[in-house]
Ligand binder design. Structure first.
Ligand SMILES: *Cc1c(COP(=O)(O)O)cnc(C)c1O
Length: 467
């Protein structure tokens, strides 16, 4: 399968090229040329399959032309060494808990998959056994997911750049204590400096001659598409529990309506975008809600049809503090495709997004935006009534369902991180002393190792050249 760029000027790329490059040469995001529909037999069987098998069938639709079945199955099964259970919070509202992986956040899924796929391509490349070096800049969560996803993966070395003193101690220990093929670089500067150093390194001729460099940022197709796996698994779990009925295979398989509403706490919109791909592949979801904190660029776009990027605002749901979501271009591109429009038309969805300059079109994608006070109130209210501890990100999704779910609908919101990752915030709001899960404690017991550097590119370059 080939991948095109959302800017439509770069040449089409193979999966391998798209994964190694991350971003297309014209700075667009890669999109698969074909989005396969899953066969009727899959929908007949889904309630009897394991998470790993459901994920493998979805992965086969994305990557089956480019990776052998045996290798793809191994990559998927290795990636999903943990569950993403659907937990009933109250009545018709369920949490899809994505925090049971190594770093207790949903980014583990994409990062683990990408590490294994990259390793597969390196091994398959007989011309060279030279190591690949992954550079990643982080403000906290991405670094830990990528570092742990790649930990111990042969042939790959990861350099995590993070701003000194600007990452919480719990986050910092998750990528500075690992050792092995992970090097933490502590930059005397802010996150933007880290990102600039990484970008400059990719463009530097001397460095590229010295070592093979690649990026693992969240727009990479190998991190982004695998996130669709757990939406299918959420649906499978509802089918197993008979909360929603099956799709009848003789009708158009997408016509059956499960009355399922999915609320996704969103920042760069990668997570929700992978769900939208799942929907195009046939996942019976009635509508989506993109739940935002005070960073309301997408919400305003849905109201007005006008997209106006803003500087990001700091909030207590800080992994969603994004003022110009990078996957917005993917969402626009997805719904401008003729193949996608045709399929959605068959399902009675004529206008998934507001036309530019138009008024709110959405009977399909909705928005929500919440202040820190509203997030905190929601956490307190949910805890008091149900004893379920929401993290500040999941709280946005939960509240969106509470406000927007209609009679007879079933709502799923994504719990994108374990509340203990934001222990100070959650303890203060709920007056709790949340226990720290053993997985996090293990990181905290480790020895911190980092390379201190200035924010000057010359220093970073000299360091990489010495490696
Ligand atoms: C990254 C992240 C998000 C935002 O996900 P996007 O794919 O960028 O929309 C939400 N919650 C948590 C905890 C995250 O780490």
């Amino acid at each position: 399968m080939l991948y095109y760029s959302t800017n439509h000027t770069a040449a089409r790329a193979t999966l391998r090229e798209a994964v190694v490059r991350g971003l297309a040469e014209d700075r667009g995001l890669y999109m698969p040329e074909v989005i396969k529909q899953l066969p009727a037999s899959f929908w007949d069987e889904i309630a009897d399959l394991t998470f790993q098998e459901v994920a493998y069938r979805v992965a086969d639709a994305f990557f089956g032309e480019d990776v052998s079945a045996e290798d793809l199955r191994r990559i998927v099964y290795d990636t999903l060494s943990f569950d993403t259970p659907l937990v009933r919070v109250e009545d018709n509202i369920y949490a899809l808990e994505l925090f049971h992986g190594p770093t207790l956040a949903f980014k583990d899924v994409g990062a683990r998959f990408m590490a294994r796929l990259l390793q597969y391509f390196i091994k398959a490349d007989k011309r060279t056994n030279e190591a690949v070096n992954v550079l990643v800049a982080t403000s906290g969560d991405t670094g830990s997911a990528v570092a742990n996803g790649f930990l111990g993966v042969e042939g790959i070395h990861v350099y995590v750049l993070y701003p000194k003193g600007k990452v919480s101690p719990i986050q910092e220990c998750q990528f500075t204590t690992l050792g092995r093929n992970i090097t933490a670089v502590e930059v005397d500067g802010v996150f933007d400096d880290c990102q600039r150093l990484v970008k400059s390194a990719f463009m530097d001729a001397d460095l590229n001659a010295h070592m093979r460099l690649t990026s693992a940022n969240s727009i990479n197709v190998a991190r982004f598409l695998p996130q669709a796996f757990y939406y299918f698994w959420a649906y499978a779990q509802l089918r197993k529990a008979r909360v929603v009925g099956g799709l009848s295979s003789d009708s158009n398989l997408t016509a059956a309506d499960s009355n399922l509403v999915v609320a996704v706490p969103s920042g760069n919109f990668g997570n929700i975008c992978s769900a939208l791909f799942g929907h195009v592949m046939g996942l019976p979801i009635t509508r989506f809600i993109a739940a935002n904190n005070a960073n309301d660029v997408f919400y305003n776009y849905l109201q007005t049809g006008i997209y106006t990027p803003q500087p990001s605002l700091p909030t207590i749901a800080n992994a969603m503090d994004v003022g110009d979501p990078s996957n917005f271009a993917r969402i626009l591109d997805l719904y401008s495709r003729e193949d996608v429009q045709q399929r959605l038309n068959q399902r009675g969805i004529s206008q998934p997004l507001p036309s530019l300059g138009g008024v709110m079109g959405g009977s399909f994608i909705y928005g929500a935006t919440y202040s820190d006070e509203q997030i905190a109130d929601t956490m307190r209210d949910c805890y008091a009534r149900t004893a379920y501890v929401l993290d500040p990100h999941g709280a946005c999704g939960y509240r969106a369902l509470k406000e927007q779910l209609q009679q007879g609908e079933v709502g799923i919101f994504l719990e994108t991180a374990h509340p203990a990752k934001f222990k100070n915030t959650v303890d203060n709001i709920l007056h709790l002393d949340l226990p720290i899960p053993e997985k996090l404690q293990a990181f905290m017991r480790g020895q911190k190792q980092s390379i201190p550097l200035s924010n000057k590119f010359d220093d970073f370059k000299a360091f990489l050249l010495s490696q």
